[in-house]
Design a protein around this ligand. Structure first.
Ligand code: SF4
Length: 370
């Protein structure tokens, strides 16, 4: 029945699903003497679970832990400072996603630089950055390339477009992240106990179901790929509890309408053509080997890190605990600054800025519960 219902947001169906999940979670608690604990890897899952009241409804029965799936939040402070410093150069246009504008750097934000007169543009379609470069041949146009496997193919597409249209004043500041290395990091660190993962539907469209088999084969932990519909998320949580009760581990696909076994092979080939693995620094974690993708050396002319030098000092230390939030070690409400010094209008860290940030989700939908 759950398979039939999983695409629906019908309140009656969702209520029934919540009750089913609670029953299963009680069984789990009876059997193992504790609540089941699952990590929603994706920031959009965190937002959806909070916005729809699922987190609130299940709070006493299931630990739903936010993970490292918000691209703005996981970008380390030195990278943020470098991007802000990049915008200081003359004859440059910086193009970025909207969430980046208010992320606090050590001394200022991109928004501060824009107010001070720097040409910083928020784009809804990143590919438009190539058009901006064509329209401004006397300026260097630099796109701030953050994101996971959902966004990375678009960055490759942009390079292809710039090549095709012989645009020479366009480049990308690559700071991308991959899902697998950070999940391996979390599991190997052993800092947080998990009974399974809610795996991101949109990343899985690119990577496919097979790409998560290492979770079962090497770490003996389950995962359910889900989209963002309430019923789909609830049925994903139900499946994870059920697997735990049966003592089984498995990767289940709750998003079969768009996620195949192998993922999108055309996009995977496209990424291989332009990109190569590189070490990336993650907020609160440090450098994880081969955890990002950079442009291949033959595309150096589109690689802003090869074309521009920026000097940044040691990042300013704050009491922000985004690093621990991202790793699932604390919930946002455990940060002493949450909803006090740190609010969406006055964010101290990126998790309070981003539309996918855990602190923003907790502030908007859960702060009354604490
Ligand atoms: Fe950082 Fe603010 Fe979240 Fe605390 S509440 S972890 S200061 S973003």
């Amino acid at each position: 029945m759950l398979d039939i219902l999983k695409q629906s947001n019908n309140p009656k169906i969702c209520k029934l699903l919540v009750e089913s999940v609670i029953e299963k979670a009680k069984e789990f608690q009876l059997k193992y003497g504790r609540k089941p604990a699952f990590m929603e890897v994706c920031g959009s899952h965190t937002m959806a679970l909070a916005r729809t009241g699922v987190k609130q409804s299940l709070r006493e029965y299931v630990d739903l832990i936010s993970g490292p799936g918000c691209p703005v939040c996981v970008t380390d402070q030195r990278s943020i400072d470098a991007m802000i410093a990049l915008a200081e150069g003359e004859h440059r246009i910086i193009c970025t996603f909207g969430d980046m504008m208010r992320v606090p750097g050590s001394n200022k934000t991109l928004m501060d630089s824009k107010i001070a007169g720097k040409d910083i543009r928020v784009l809804y379609s990143p590919v438009d950055a190539v058009k901006v470069a064509e329209e401004n041949p006397d300026k260097e146009v630099i796109f701030l390339g953050i994101g996971f496997e959902t966004t990375i193919p678009i960055l490759a597409l942009m390079v292809g477009e710039a090549q095709k249209r012989a645009v020479k004043n366009f480049s990308i500041w690559m700071a991308t992240k991959l899902v697998e290395p950070v999940l391996r990091y979390l599991l190997e660190s052993g800092d947080v106990h998990l009974d399974g993962f809610l795996l991101p539907g949109h990343v899985s469209i690119v990577l496919g179901e097979k790409s998560y088999h290492y979770l079962v084969d090497e770490y003996q932990i389950s995962g359910v790929i889900t989209g963002f519909e309430t019923a789909e998320l609830l049925s994903g949580i139900y499946k994870l509890i059920d697997l735990g009760l049966k003592g089984r581990v498995s990767i289940e696909n709750n998003h079969t309408s768009v996620v195949s076994k192998t993922g999108n092979l055309v996009i995977q080939e496209w990424m291989k053509k332009y990109l190569v693995e590189c070490d990336e620094a993650w907020r609160g974690i440090g450098v994880i080997p081969n955890s990002g993708l950079d442009l291949k050396p033959e595309y150096d002319q589109y690689n802003a890190k090869k074309r521009f030098t920026v000097e940044v000092g040691e990042p300013r230390k704050t009491k922000c605990r985004c690093g621990e939030v991202i790793r699932g070690l604390i919930s946002p409400a455990e940060c002493p600054l949450f909803a006090k010094a740190c609010k969406p209008m006055n964010p101290i860290g990126p998790c309070m800025v981003s539309a996918e940030g855990s602190c923003a989700a907790y502030y908007q939908y859960l702060r009354e519960s604490f």
